[in-house]
Ligand binder design. Structure first.
Ligand SMILES: NC(=O)C1=CN([C@@H]2O[C@H](COP(=O)(O)OP(=O)(O)OC[C@H]3O[C@@H](n4cnc5c(N)ncnc54)[C@H](OP(=O)(O)O)[C@@H]3O)[C@@H](O)[C@H]2O)C=CC1
Ligand SMILES: O=C1O[C@H](COP(=O)(O)O)[C@@H](O)[C@H](O)[C@H]1O
Length: 508
């Protein structure tokens, strides 16, 4: 791997502490960092190098998936870390940083390859990019890359403006837009599972699939992010990025088992282009918008959204969204994709369920028998696994017709965290699991009429009790088409109680 200087804006912030340092540490333990590797942490706070390294060490102790007790290896890891005070708007701070970076590269005899990671609010992105260019930090004789966090814009126009402005300093192939759902191991496997298994490849069409359900439910509420969340809602916070990325990753059809990043991203773009647009006037028919009221999570009472600290008591912000989408292409025409995401839901679960069409069913003895569909379930988090629901007869119960579950689960301890995968890919210059501008723009384009309809109150805001599965209208969205949400724990327990369960557990 090529020598790299990792320049981290927002090094004193929450994301750096909870995600970036632990990810770098685990990459280091796995031997996945370049030999010549330095980190320059930046922030306004006055910190000595030692104080900064102590903060990083604390973050490893608190948040790393592997223990940071081996003092020698932690010390060696921290050796790579430097801190420099930098105010984003002050050009002289960039010149000082340039001198420090050059000095360090010379000490190491390292090529001037520079990774700029912007772990700061989006309002700073353009200023930083311009200052990187103006100071010469971005003009060395090596590569330069820009990693940026979400949100990428607030709507279609602001995203376009941001992209145009960033492109003054960075080319598209130098920009690595993070969508951390693309770093989740099961999401990364979707592509290879489909493209390297003829069984799945054959089934991956509207001939066999009745519908696809994509869920990302959380039990947490707005937490300490009222100021941010109340302006974005579930539609911008989760739907426009993570949920549409999951849809793209599921719906792509790849030619073979060695697809290049260009092929993957081109196919994702094709999926977005084929997504049937929704008109502002029609949004209410295919989108359910919800907000949590008070309720119970894991047996404990919790307040409703508008009683959360920092949220206006008349806020009409969405904390839940369910949607029906259709892809108008050869493979998916006629297959509804149902997407659902919400805060303060019954359980934390991110998953994709593929419901297969009923068989011809000439042997079904009862109406009930004909209603048990085959399901293929990808559990993305908090547990990772794949479940296949098949039908069988139970010889112990008079040959009753029953579903059988075949489960494959991986042990969570050793699964790399999303940020590890993404930082590793970016260090290697592999953009496969980063959002290309074309995808981001098409996603905003699809979402814009939804934002407009919400803004103009064309879509009723439904309430749901905290700790439920969302508004009843979300169930009705599927019931209208003869379906229901699958594999919520209430259904899963029911189905598992009735059926046989086969588990296949893998420790890596
Ligand atoms: N936290 C999370 O879980 C997630 C965060 N994100 C995104 O990541 C980004 C960072 O979030 P988070 O870490 O939570 O934010 P924090 O508010 O915790 O940290 C902000 C960082 O920005 C620095 N900063 C702010 N203003 C300036 C300035 N004028 N000059 C120099 N540095 C400045 C702060 O340093 P100092 O105070 O020392 O100046 C601090 O290090 C945001 O874009 C957020 O949307 C995305 C997904 C999840
Ligand atoms: O990006 C975000 O994601 C988290 C949920 O991520 P997960 O990995 O825990 O599923 C969400 O809580 C947050 O609001 C959003 O900004």
């Amino acid at each position: 791997m090529e020598a790299t200087t990792f320049i981290l804006f927002g090094a004193t912030g929450d994301l750096a502490k909870r995600k970036i340092y632990p990810a770098l540490y685990n990459l280091y333990l796995d031997g996945k960092l370049p030999k010549a590797f330095s980190v320059f942490g930046l922030g306004r706070r006055e910190l000595t190098g030692d104080a900064f390294r102590a903060n990083v060490e604390q973050s490893l102790r608190n948040f790393s998936r592997r223990e940071a007790n081996d003092t020698a290896s932690v010390r060696q890891f921290l050796d790579a870390f430097r801190y420099s005070v930098l105010d984003i708007g002050r050009t002289e701070d960039y010149l000082k940083l340039l001198r420090l970076v050059e000095q360090r590269e010379q000490e190491l005899g390292a090529a001037p390859n520079r990774m700029f990671y912007l772990s700061v609010g989006p309002e700073f992105f353009e200023t930083i990019a311009d200052n990187i260019k103006a100071s010469g930090l971005g003009s060395a004789d090596g590569w330069k890359r820009l990693m940026i966090e979400k949100p990428f814009g607030h709507d279609l126009q602001s995203a376009r403006d941001l992209n145009r402005n960033l492109s003054r300093a960075f080319e598209e192939d130098e920009v690595f837009r993070i969508d951390h759902y693309l770093g989740k191991p099961m999401v990364q496997k979707l592509e290879i599972l489909q493209s390297s298994n003829p069984v799945l490849q054959t089934l991956w069409t509207n001939r066999h699939i009745a519908n696809v359900q994509i869920t990302a439910n959380e039990t947490v509420g707005v937490e300490e992010r009222a100021g941010y969340y109340d302006h974005v809602g579930a539609v911008r916070d989760m739907f426009q990025n993570h949920m549409l990325q999951l849809l793209m990753m599921l719906a792509i059809h790849l030619p073979n088992n060695h697809s290049t990043s260009d092929e993957v991203r081109t196919k994702k773009k094709k999926v977005m282009e084929a997504l049937m647009p929704v008109l502002k006037e029609d949004v209410a028919r295919s989108i359910i918008r919800g907000q949590y009221a008070e309720g119970e999570i894991n047996g404990k009472p919790v307040v409703g959204y508008t009683s959360e600290p920092g949220i206006a008591e008349n806020s009409a912000n969405d904390t839940f969204i369910a949607a029906k989408l259709e892809i108008d292409d050869y493979f998916w025409r006629g297959v509804p994709f149902y997407i659902r995401t919400g805060k303060r839901m019954k359980e934390k679960s991110t998953r994709i369920v593929i419901e297969f069409k009923e068989p011809l069913n000439q042997h079904a003895l009862t109406e009930e028998e004909s209603r048990v569909p085959n399901l293929l379930v990808f559990e993305i988090s908090p547990n990772e696994g794949i479940t296949l629901q098949l039908n069988t007869r139970d010889p112990l119960h008079k040959g009753e017709f029953k579903p059988m579950h075949i489960d494959f689960h991986t042990s969570q301890e050793d699964v790399p965290e999303a940020y590890e995968n993404l930082i590793h890919d970016a260090l290697n210059g592999d953009p496969t699991f980063f959002a290309h501008w074309d995808e981001v723009e098409l996603a905003w384009k699809w979402v814009q009429p939804v934002l407009d309809a919400f803004q103009e109150n064309l879509v009723p805001l439904r309430t749901y009790a905290a700790g439920s599965y969302g508004p009843v209208e979300s169930d009705e969205l599927l019931e209208r088409d003869g379906f229901r949400w699958r594999f919520d724990s209430k259904h899963e327990q029911q189905e598992k109680k009735e059926g046989t369960h086969y588990a296949y557990h893998v420790n890596h």
